[in-house]
Design a protein around this ligand. Structure first.
Ligand code: R5P
Length: 297
């Protein structure tokens, strides 16, 4: 197997190639004067060889790059095209919230033609069913790796999810860290006032890890951190799978009193302390030796 790294996932792709002990094909990415993306895989043929393309989809250009790489691999005669999407953007737009809106994640993912697709912690499991042109689609779960990180560092005594949407993720992280978990609960007291508190556990005097799948503006984390501090948490650590981090998000979180941010390398940031490369490599290797793959569609 050969590995190709898209422009958003060069470092992770090189780690996956190293874990698989296979070649990472060099690529060229640049823009034409009018802004169109130029992409080239530096190879003459992939005849008879399977290829894995690793590309996170944060920006619109990342989507274009992935589509170009898939087409380039077809042109190079790859025997099988596996697409690894460490971070699937647009997954929060997974339904029509108002009439006339697109299901954006469907609009984009159905353009992806591949033999198999692996997505690390898609925001919504719904998103996977929209890969209408992939033979199989599977989610990979990075939560155990975040849990292992905290088990090794012994830095937290409790894991907390900021909302119900992150509860399953927090439960897995806590299980692997060997600590308990709780979910923050929002109760509306009046039209203007809400109360947010942990459902069951007391955080006073304890070191807590707030866990979410995505951190974008940092707004959710800032709000939850203030609350945990008010409730007497001694330290607030933050963990996420996908550190999207719009400009200012990191500063906002650190100013709110967050002790540290731990993220995976699905997106390459200063907080990428846990790598998903082995997880991806193991699954690609397993899929290469089995004729059937799990489909979540
Ligand atoms: C929302 O449903 C997600 O799980 C995250 O909580 C959200 O994307 C975080 O966004 P932000 O950092 O902008 O609050």
């Amino acid at each position: 197997m050969k590995v190709v790294g898209g422009r958003a996932s060069q470092v992770l792709a090189s780690r996956v190639a190293a874990a698989l002990d296979c070649e990472l094909l060099p690529c060229e990415f640049r823009s034409f004067p009018d802004g169109e993306l130029y992409t080239r895989i530096d190879a003459t043929t992939l005849d008879g060889e399977p290829v894995a393309i690793v590309q996170s989809l944060t920006s619109d250009t990342d989507f274009v790059c992935l589509l170009q790489l898939i087409e380039a691999c077809e042109g190079l005669n790859a025997s099988k095209i596996s697409v690894v999407i460490p971070y699937l953007g647009y997954a929060r737009q997974d339904r029509r919230f108002r009439s006339g809106e697109p299901i954006s994640v469907r609009a984009l993912t159905r353009c992806i033609f591949a033999d198999e697709v692996f997505v690390v912690n898609p925001h919504s499991p719904e998103a996977l069913k929209y890969f209408e042109n992939a033979r199989s689609v599977e989610a990979l779960d990075a939560a155990p790796l975040l849990g292992e990180h905290f088990r090794k560092t012994k830095s937290v005594e409790l894991v907390v999810a900021p909302d119900d949407g992150a509860a399953a993720l927090a439960a897995t992280v806590a299980g692997h860290a060997g600590v308990g978990y709780d979910v923050l609960e929002k109760t509306r007291l009046s039209a203007e006032e809400v109360e947010i508190k942990p459902k069951t556990l007391d955080v006073a005097g304890r070191s807590v890890a707030l866990v979410d799948d995505i951190i974008s503006t940092g707004g959710t984390i800032v709000k939850a951190t203030s609350l945990l501090k008010e409730l007497g948490a001694s330290e607030v650590h933050v963990a996420c799978v996908h550190a999207v981090l719009v400009p200012g998000a990191a500063t906002r979180m650190l100013n709110a009193g967050v002790k540290e941010v731990v993220a995976t390398d699905t997106l390459e940031t200063i907080f990428s302390k846990v790598s998903v490369a082995e997880l991806i490599a193991r699954r690609l290797a397993d899929a290469a030796t089995t004729t059937t793959t799990t489909t979540s569609k």
